[in-house]
Design a protein around this ligand. Sequence first.
Ligand SMILES: Nc1nc2c(ncn2[C@@H]2O[C@H](COP(=O)(O)OP(=O)(O)OP(=O)(O)O)[C@@H](O)[C@H]2O)c(=O)[nH]1
Length: 663
Amino acid sequence: MKVIKPVSIVLVVGVSLLLFILRPFGFTDKDVPIEIGTATENIFSPDAALAELPYGNAVLAARDISRFDGEEALLRIDLLDQRGTFQAHPLYQAYYFMIMNNIMLRLGRIDDAVAYANQLLDYAKENNMQWVKASALSELAIERTKRGELDIALVYLNESVRISKEINYQGLLIKSYNTLGVISNISGDYAKAQTYLHNGLKLVESNPEHLYYSKIIANLALIYIYLEEWHKALEYIEKSKHIYKNGRWLEPSIMTILLSNESHVYFRLGDAVQARRAYSQADETLVKESSLRLQSIVSNELSNVLYLEQQYEAAIAESNRCLNLVGIQALPLQRGNCYTSKARSEIKLENYFTALHDLDDAIAENNKISNSVSLSGNHKLLSEVHEELGNDIEALQFFKLYYIENKKALFDQRQSELYMLEESFNAENSRNTLALLKTQNDLKDLELERQKLGVRVVFGMIFFVLLSLGYVIRKNATIAKKNERLQCSNTDLVELSTRDALTGLYNRRHFDDYIRGLKQDSAFYHNSNFTLAIMDLDHFKMINDSHGHDVGDLVLIEVAKRFMLNLPSSDLIIRWGGEEFICVIENKDNVSSLQMLKKVWSAITDEPVSTPAGDINITLSIGAVTDIPAVEFMARHTELLKRADERLYKAKHTGRNQIIAID
Ligand SMILES: Nc1nc2c(ncn2[C@@H]2O[C@H](COP(=O)(O)OP(=O)(O)OP(=O)(O)O)[C@@H](O)[C@H]2O)c(=O)[nH]1
């Protein structure tokens, strides 16, 4: 006993010392914080500089109010002016012009607003204040954009962006990226629009209080409206509404635009009830000072709702009201839309010559701002009118024009740039997520290493060795489980992002993965031939129009089910968009490719789809390229898709409900 006692003391002292030494290595079970850094150093903020001045906060408060209450802001400016505030410092003076610009916009006095923006620009030049110059240019660019003067707006914006980048004025950059996104949207360059808006979004995410957060999301929604991706558009509109409601900015015009866009999506989906609901809510947000642009947008949506409700005369009256709004001549985008809506109702009332006039006017307005999407819609309507008038040649010419423009916008753009852009955005996101997971795992490995070190050092002391070992084993098991769970959820995420929410089929995102998979297993496929087909339901719009959008959805679900039942599970079926599907069939078992296509086609056309609105007969047009050797398919799938699409076009225009697989 006498021998053991000093040993115990040595042991206790030794262990305490070791524990003390090991403490800085993190031997204790504390989580290591993971830093997700945002580079926020040296961000230029005139607001922060102004807040340092004696009346800075009062001026900032007036600026905030000027965004939603012109009268109240004017009172505050008067009070500050009486104290001689604005002469006391150049910063005050610059803010004075900016606030007055906001107030005039709010009061609908656009010319005065522009005058203040110009005064701001002069003041910036006289006093060599770069950030003020950038702000003034950005404001003037917005005004030019609203008037459809996109070229000048771009010149102003590029200069404003250049200065903002130079001084790292992120607050203004966000606003400018948003305007650049809007301009690209109007010009039909969606890929560019999306790049600008995502640039803005990246900056806004580290600054979620920014006034432009919900505006940027709203403009992303607009891209999806142009691309006719209705569900995605609604998703972004909802997100934007949510951000707006939770933000501290009360700029009612944002809500008006969002609700008008929502109404427009439902109009395009043929859902009169929801379109009317969203329109009424948009109308409620209008105030007497609302700008002419907002008034004409809401008026045009009312005309669209009335059209859906088959009140064509009332719709025409509303379009006429829109076209007679004082000052509308300065807004080609809105004017073009009102003419188009009017023409649509005139066609329904069989006033074909009036419709022709309206469409000419619409085209003239849309040409002023190179609005390719609206122009393509105008050409489609012109083709319909000429068809009704028996002018077959003109009808065909305009239809061709529409088809080419529409396909160019919807097919090429979606196919290549925009889609790739979204892909790379997603890829970047997944890369970031994976990097994060890797960092987490590395940190855990590090922790494990440290624990092992601790175990080695106290190896001689059996009690602690056992304790540490038990700890390490437990920790290992937890980490392994966590990793397993993370891996599963990653796989689920990838699966979800490549599935279409409505039908459960793969969406277009999966196509590239599929081709990549083929290439990886190319040895296995080297003797195979493939058939590539684009399948498009005929007159699907009529189903939506006659029975409602929900019934249209049910039809799409049933059609998807039939595709799946009639294609071997090893073949591919994708919902390419709307009522368009793509399938890739690998020819095997001596069944000819045409036989396979006929089987799929018959599965859709032979039996009507039962819906709560009764049985609905469906017809299907197919454009296909058959017997493609595997090597060619892998190397030239984009070209082959185009060829199939051209054949689909032929099928559509030589009677529909058929398969065309040769030129
Ligand atoms: N119900 C429903 N309709 C959709 C969906 N996606 C697109 N659509 C509608 O599909 C219709 C497609 O119309 P069009 O492109 O004119 O084609 P179509 O009427 O089939 O005419 P053709 O193709 O020329 O035979 C539009 O009315 C879209 O609103 C969806 O997810 N659900």
